[in-house]
Write a protein that binds this ligand. Sequence first.
Ligand code: FAD
Length: 326
Amino acid sequence: MTRVFVLCEFSEGSTLAPLSGEMIGAARRIAGDGGVDAALVGSGVAGLAAQAAAYGADRVFVADNEVFADYQAEAFMPALAALVESADPDVILMGQTNAGRDLAPRLAFRLKTAAAMDVVEIKTDGGGVQFTRPFFGGAARADVAIKGRPAIATVRPKSQDEPEQDASRSAETITVDVSPDPATFKVRIIETTQVESEGVRLEDADVVISGGRGLGNSDGFRELEEIAKLLRGAVGASRAVCDMGWYPVANQVGLTGKVVSPTLYIAVGISGASQHMAGCAGSKNIVTINKDPDANIIAASRFAVVGDWKPIVEGFKKKVGELRSS
Ligand SMILES: Cc1cc2nc3c(=O)[nH]c(=O)nc-3n(C[C@H](O)[C@H](O)[C@H](O)COP(=O)(O)OP(=O)(O)OC[C@H]3O[C@@H](n4cnc5c(N)ncnc54)[C@H](O)[C@@H]3O)c2cc1C
């Protein structure tokens, strides 16, 4: 019997992020006859308990306070520690997100256990839980088991299937009153800037079309944006182009950028350096457009179109537009 605890995250504060559903689904799978607990730490999030239940949570722990409006470790750590103490889980899942990456090692240190980061597979093995995580920038994978209890893992977005929501399910809601005093925090958030992005978030997109240095200049991204719109997807970029200011760093895919696992990843004018592949190798299908038949990314691609990107992308956009309007 495994009791699994999931730290949820939110989309614009008004729904659970798809990753939360993916983690609750994975928790349900590994919990067996044990239970699944979802934790909602945020401001104005108590109403999302029903959605956590619909995804498969048995109990929902809620710490709802204005102090949790923006992620800040000094606020979240005491809340998370209090919720974990009440729930007493065997396994804790968090997202491989900015918050999860920061919180998991802190919590592991506090609880004298360990955290497996950027997990892409979770298996049960004779009662224990095994996590698979990529290393060497995605070139290899390791199966790890954690001796301490609870075992902590951060889960890569889109690596787990999002379960159907069952609105008829209900969960016990446990409200935990934690109100850390911001006056005691060593770090003060002075300003939060929202990156303007239209349409679907890169991390949540089912289709990602990314551009690299092969586009020649930033204008090429307008073409990719049009295609992304037609496919209801998002635009990504290699670090080379973000460093040159052709596209926002928030859209960088790779080791030092976002990790994406869409159903379709279209790489245009990207060579496929290991640091880029670390961010997209988990995609279900990679399609490459590159003029170099020996480009590294071609070996990892399901389909490759070899040639100058411009006429290929124009033809593709036209065809997608026709199919969309037919
Ligand atoms: C510590 C560290 C971290 C890093 N983190 C990241 C990261 O997170 N993300 C990341 O992307 N990179 C990262 N990098 C950089 C990485 O090593 C590469 O330099 C970078 O990914 C290359 O970007 P690119 O593929 O756009 O450019 P290039 O390697 O220059 O490739 C351009 C490609 O475009 C093709 N091309 C050229 N002209 C055309 C055309 N007309 N039509 C079609 N194809 C064309 C070329 O054949 C080539 O394959 C990191 C590097 C380091 C050292």
